[in-house]
Design a protein around this ligand. Structure first.
Ligand SMILES: Cc1ncc(COP(=O)(O)O)c(C=O)c1O
Length: 483
């Protein structure tokens, strides 16, 4: 007997299945309306969503594994890559790849850079510490060492001199973010790329979150520094469409300055007796739904649509940043150049409690832990629909700040912190790990689990222990007998 029913003896009607999905998603964070300030991007336009949905469904069964069998995917990918390149300093001839997301684009950019240097036995990439975790993942998957450099502690921008100083004859790529996810600031791309070029090292710009936002903000009059392929020395750039392109998930574009680099991102295998494999992406078989959904969204919104959404997101950000400044104990970290905001504290408020309080009042803010002297904070991504809710969000944040002020600064239980530093988590099974959770104040069975105890604990531990704990946590979460 399994705890959860598996396959029914006979097929079930669609209405029944959709009702079950509705019940399952009832406790999820809302994906529309702008109250979930991370993970989701809502254009707020039902007709755009309908276009994406129908295009997605129309191409759902097409397999991107073989572009000669399904020429439609080549035509669509050329259009989507071409539209992206045209906005980001390239043109019709700019080589690109449509991928499933930012992480896949970044893995492929690192693979291309690594494979361009077969002479380097132990390749390294140099990144600012604020670079997205996807670079560490790429390093781990591809056997490339990630060399992390500090950022300016006030502006949170990468320091070109420190990046240059970290480059060696093993460096195959340097990275800049436009903007960084964590603080929403644009690294000095021109200086980083120029230094790299002078050393003969390629430079990747991670514009996963900003690539389809910054150009529209610039048009709306925001001061946006140059960050794209038009900057000398930038050799590749990633731009996610499933973020500020407002497309269905599974959509990112990786652009290269030259064809030779794109070739190195590709993979081919004829060393088996089945069909000869040649892939542009990590995925092999893949539905064409995300590609069609992305294309349809771009077409349905058009330049005017994106311009309006960009303007609205910018207005929301300006209001939020001003309003945060007026709440006792809260402050904005750095000077965000996009529409991503990191809210910190200047009086030691427990931001993790504040996030729980805010979630209970209908607004999800994403906790970000402290690292290497960079303070913990709460992340908000503001989109085109956020502006309508900013006044309410600010009122909620003020109320939450009042509620958590008496608690003082976050304090993790010392004995548990010590225990977790010492214990070998790999020696525990899921049940053993789950048994530790109540001691940390964590109740997974609660309808809306309070995450503050988890975040306080993680924040008090070094990154390697954090990684061991969250990995264990994931395994426990997916263990049916514990759920
Ligand atoms: C700057 C940046 N790079 C990379 C990524 C990774 O993208 P994905 O979650 O689509 O893999 C993100 C996601 O937020 C991001 O903001």
């Amino acid at each position: 007997m399994t705890a959860h029913p598996g396959l029914p003896a006979v097929g079930r009607p669609t209405a029944d299945l959709l009702a079950e999905l509705a019940a399952l998603t009832a406790a999820d964070l809302p994906t529309r309306g702008g109250r979930t300030a991370a993970y989701v991007y809502d254009s707020g336009r039902p007709e755009v969503r309908a276009a994406a949905e129908q295009a997605y469904l129309a191409m759902m069964e097409v397999n991107g594994l073989d572009p000669t069998a399904f020429p439609s995917i080549v035509a669509l990918e050329r259009r989507v890559v071409g539209a992206t390149a045209a906005r980001l300093g390239g043109d019709d001839a700019t080589p690109g790849i449509f991928t499933s997301g930012g992480t896949e684009s970044i893995i492929l950019a690192v693979k291309a850079a690594r494979d361009a240097r077969p002479d380097v036995a132990a390749p390294e990439i140099v990144v600012p510490v604020t670079a997205h975790a996807a670079f560490h993942k790429a390093g781990a998957y591809l056997g490339v060492t990630v060399v992390s450099t500090p950022v300016d502690p006030k502006t949170f921008r990468a320091d070109p001199a420190l990046i240059a100083a970290a480059c060696t004859d093993r460096t195959v790529l340097v990275v800049a973010s436009a903007p960084s996810y964590a603080h929403g600031v644009v690294d000095p791309v021109a200086a980083i790329a120029a230094d790299a070029a002078a050393r003969g090292i390629p430079c990747h710009v991670d514009a996963c979150v900003g690539g389809w936002l910054l150009p529209w903000l610039a048009e709306a009059g925001a001061p946006v520094p140059a960050f794209d392929l038009s900057v000398p020395g930038v050799t590749s750039l990633s731009c996610d469409l499933h973020k500020f392109g407002y497309t269905p998930k599974g959509a990112s574009v990786l652009l290269f300055r030259d064809e030779a680099m794109r070739l190195r991102a590709y993979y081919a295998c004829a060393a088996w007796p089945g069909y000869t494999v040649v892939n542009s992406t990590v995925q092999s078989s893949k539905g064409a739904g995300p590609l069609a959904g992305a294309w349809a969204t771009l077409q349905a919104l058009g330049e005017e649509g994106y311009r309006e959404l960009g303007r609205a997101a910018l207005a929301a950000t300006t209001l939020l940043v001003e309003g945060i400044g007026a709440i006792d104990g809260l402050t904005v970290l750095g000077a965000p150049e996009a529409t991503l905001v990191a809210v910190g504290t200047d009086t030691g408020l427990d931001l993790f409690e504040l996030a729980d309080e805010s979630r209970a009042r209908g607004f999800f803010l994403q906790p970000q832990l402290s690292l290497d002297g960079l303070p913990a904070n709460l992340h908000l991504t503001l989109t085109g629909v956020s502006v309508d809710g900013v006044a309410e969000l600010l009122a909620v944040l003020a109320e939450c700040a009042d509620a958590v002020r008496p608690l003082g600064p976050p304090q993790a239980p010392d004995d548990l912190v010590e225990l977790l530093r010492e214990v070998d988590l790999t020696a525990l099974d899921n049940a053993g790990f789950a048994a530790l959770l109540p001691a940390a104040g964590i109740d997974l069975s609660a309808a809306e689990p309070r995450m503050a105890p988890v975040n306080r604990l993680l924040d008090a531990l070094p990154p390697t222990v954090r990684e061991a704990i969250v990995t264990r946590f994931l395994s426990a979460l997916y263990s049916p007998h514990l759920g």
